[in-house]
Design a protein around this ligand. Structure first.
Ligand SMILES: C[S@@+](CC[C@H](N)C(=O)[O-])C[C@H]1O[C@@H](n2cnc3c(N)ncnc32)[C@H](O)[C@@H]1O
Length: 222
């Protein structure tokens, strides 16, 4: 099966010493299958809380040769999972939803070694919480697909403390130093959006000044 660049990039970030995963929000279950296909993991759990996506996952899993390595649940977040997992995957969700799911099962969350995320906004609601749990970013990648920017991120439980900065939140904790073409296209897009705002004649002077400072901040991180 041909997978999207986003899913391939997520699979490439999957850590080496992590045989068991939980894919939370598993609509279609393509990523779990890809991980097993690539022999990145030995087995995993898929959890989906809506019947349509659950049925799609069921169809994908049971028409593959990996059905015996996956347990699929119709349920909420980490709740149905009864054993320790090495990696929890949250792809295609906002930061607040991910935080709420982890918070709801904090005891289980504390036993997870890695988080693999494809977070869709609201980083500011998630990163400080992850830092408080002892997660630190270890790798991140960036890509554009169908005109959407993605920055898949791998975090690991580590005694090192992650002091979350505003640059981590806006640019990505690893991407802001790693950079690269996809990242630069993203920052250029933010700059051009901010420049467009400056064209508004009705903009109050103070707001204009704030936007100039923001553009300067973006340029420093290009
Ligand atoms: C945008 S889809 C992403 C699917 C897949 N992970 C991907 O990245 O292609 C998000 C999925 O998460 C599911 N979801 C949202 N909240 C959930 C929760 N608390 N527990 C389980 N699944 C959830 C939604 O029903 C939806 O199918």
């Amino acid at each position: 099966m041909k997978h999207s660049l986003r899913l391939e990039t997520l699979a490439n970030l999957y850590p080496k010493d992590a045989p068991v995963f939980a894919d939370i929000g598993s609509d279609h279950a393509y990523l779990p299958l890809l991980l097993l296909e690539k022999d990145k993991a030995k087995r995993g759990f898929c959890v989906e809380n809506k019947i349509g996506p659950y049925k799609r996952s069921e169809q994908t899993i049971f028409s593959s040769s990996y059905a015996s390595q996956i347990t699929l649940y119709l349920g909420d977040g980490l709740t149905p999972i009864k054993e320790k997992v090495d990696v929890a995957i949250f792809a295609g969700m906002g930061g607040e939803t991910i935080r709420d799911i982890l918070q709801k099962e904090e005891k289980k969350t504390k036993e997870i070694s890695y988080l693999l995320l494809d977070i869709h906004g609201e980083e500011e609601k998630l990163y400080p919480y992850l830092s408080s749990l002892g997660f630190v970013p270890v790798d991140e990648d960036a890509l554009w697909e169908k005109d959407i920017y993605y920055h898949p991120l791998l975090l690991k439980k580590d005694p090192l403390k992650w002091g979350v900065s505003k640059e981590d939140i806006l640019f990505g904790p690893i991407m802001r130093t790693k950079k690269g073409l996809a990242y630069q296209k993203y920052v250029q897009k933010l700059i051009s959006q901010a420049n467009n705002l400056l064209l508004l004649h009705t903009l109050p002077l103070q707001k204009k000044e704030e936007i100039h400072q923001y553009i300067h901040f973006l340029q420093e991180n290009l």
